[in-house]
Design a protein around this ligand. Structure first.
Ligand code: GLN
Length: 484
């Protein structure tokens, strides 16, 4: 059952080929048996899942089943879940049990999905390797000595290892696409404002966006149908009709104009990864699409601009973790200052502290204009690059990451090397554009991802493009050894 796609599971449940309780027991048993190898799941909600599955079976029997009725999924541990610990990968929230559901969680509940548990992640979603999690690193199912990517590495590894058919994730600078690429699955970061951020623990509010991870583009379409909604509880959520993303998957892509940015194929890109991506581009050409060389001249400035803006926003967002309101509190504080200082010193990990320091520095009087103001100007330039490009082309394609999954510890001492992992993904977050990653090859027995960037709210076209690619290739069906 774990090799079926979400589309197949929906059908199987409706045709009563299996029940949701059977399906849920099957995935819970896989998590219990296999997750010790991956560390992808922080919290398993077995009792709740089985109860939800039994309720789903009743609705299925009554012929009153919503879209995802009885389908098991996992939530990234950044989405607040009513009555279930939501840690955000941090010691700071190790004891935090939210009294409400995030809108995304609520949407899945309304759609009848069954939540198996919460996935591991980099602490507060800061990282590209899952090595910053308080709960320990996640292992890549393709190579146990290598990272799964981050920050949504738990969700990506869980889907790759067939511990769940799909999972939620978030992307601030690449955290859906990069782990999807490194784990050989499909992931989509929607347009900023498409998916509600309410109840999604904030990292950098002008960049954060939730999105789906699954094995196929078809499944991502099904999940996005459920995730995307207008929500008046999130003032940045955009009131715009949600199309049926499944309806246009089979449209032809003849005549599609694909922009290939020069800057995404330059120094730093592993030659074998480049080869896999170019082979994928040729497949699109074979299907009648047209490749157009384009330039995104400010690409090189995206990492520096991001590492001013994201830490600045993080430093403001994370002030709420002070030992007073919720989460970790140090023992026996001598006074208020000691409470703040020790709570934060003991509760946050090194990478989070580094970001808070950088962010606070950039925002301080005297430096604000030089750093934060400047980075916002660069952000504008990056956005204009894309605007110009989309006057010429329908989608943009390139590699998701410079190379396949790297080994644990190999970038641990050098934060900048780690930051460069997101060189191809960060610009879309700065511009607010949607992006996805689709498996497109293997290098050294590790997966490679093709990135598809779309224009604002053009997720349907991206999913259609990815689906057509997956109809003609089988990279998304490959299974890591020992999983089947
Ligand atoms: N790797 C990037 C960072 O560390 C992006 C993380 C993310 O998208 N959440 O900030």
């Amino acid at each position: 059952m774990h090799n079926l796609t979400i589309a197949e599971l929906v059908k199987g449940l409706q045709e009563k080929a299996f029940s949701s309780v059977e399906l849920t027991q099957h995935f819970l048993a896989r998590i219990a048996k296999l997750d010790a190898n991956y560390n992808a799941v922080i919290t398993v909600t077995a009792d709740q899942a089985l109860k939800a599955a039994a309720a789903a079976d009743k609705r299925l029997a009554a012929g009153d089943a919503p879209a995802l009725c009885g389908v098991p999924i996992l939530h990234k541990d950044i989405f607040c879940t009513d009555g279930v610990r939501t840690s955000c990968g941090s010691k700071m929230l190790d004891n935090f049990i939210p009294p409400y559901n995030a809108t995304v969680v609520e949407n899945f509940e309304q759609a009848g999905a069954v939540v198996l548990g919460k996935t591991n992640m980099d602490e507060f979603a800061m990282g590209s390797s899952n090595e910053t999690s308080f709960y320990g690193p996640v292992k890549n199912p393709w190579a146990s000595d290598s990272v799964p990517g981050g920050s949504s590495g738990g969700s990506a590894a869980a889907v790759a290892a067939r511990l769940a058919p799909g999972a939620t994730a978030t992307d601030t600078g690449g955290s859906i696409r990069q782990p999807a690429a490194l784990c050989g699955i499909t992931g989509l970061k929607p347009t900023y404002g498409r998916v509600s951020r309410w109840g999604m623990i904030a990292f950098a509010s002008s960049l954060d966006q939730g999105g789906p991870m699954a094995r196929t583009a078809e499944d991502c379409a099904i999940l996005l149908n459920c995730m995307a909604s207008y929500d008046d509880k999130d003032s940045t959520c955009i009131d715009r009709e949600v199309p049926d993303y499944s309806a246009t998957l089979n449209d032809g892509i003849k005549g599609l104009k694909i922009g290939v940015p020069l800057e995404y194929f330059s120094e730093g890109l592993d030659p074998e990864t480049e080869k896999a991506v170019r082979t994928a581009l040729a497949e699109f050409e074979a299907q009648g699409a047209e490749l157009v060389e384009i330039s995104l001249p400010n690409t090189g400035l995206s990492v520096p601009a991001y590492y001013v803006i994201a830490p600045a926003e993080a430093s403001a967002n994370l002030t709420r973790f002070d030992g007073v309101r919720y989460g970790y509190r140090c023992e026996n504080p001598s006074d208020l200052n000691d409470l703040y200082t020790r709570t934060r010193a003991e509760g946050f990990g090194d990478e989070v502290k580094r970001r808070i320091l950088i962010g606070t520095y950039c925002l301080s009087a005297g430096y604000y204009d030089a750093y934060y103001g400047k980075a916002q100007q660069v952000r504008q330039l990056i956005q204009q690059d894309f605007e110009k490009a989309f006057q010429q082309v329908d989608v943009i394609m390139g590699p998701t990451t410079p190379s396949p999954a790297f080994k644990f510890g190999s970038k641990g001492d050098d934060p900048v090397a780690m930051y460069l992992e997101d060189i191809y993904t960060i610009a879309t977050n700065l511009a607010g554009l949607p992006g996805m990653s689709v498996p497109c090859g293997m290098v050294d027995e590790k997966p490679v991802g093709l990135q598809i960037i779309g224009n604002y709210f053009d997720e349907a076209r991206m999913l259609n493009t990815a689906h057509q690619f997956q109809q003609a290739t089988d990279w998304h069906t490959l299974t890591p050894e020992g999983i089947a």
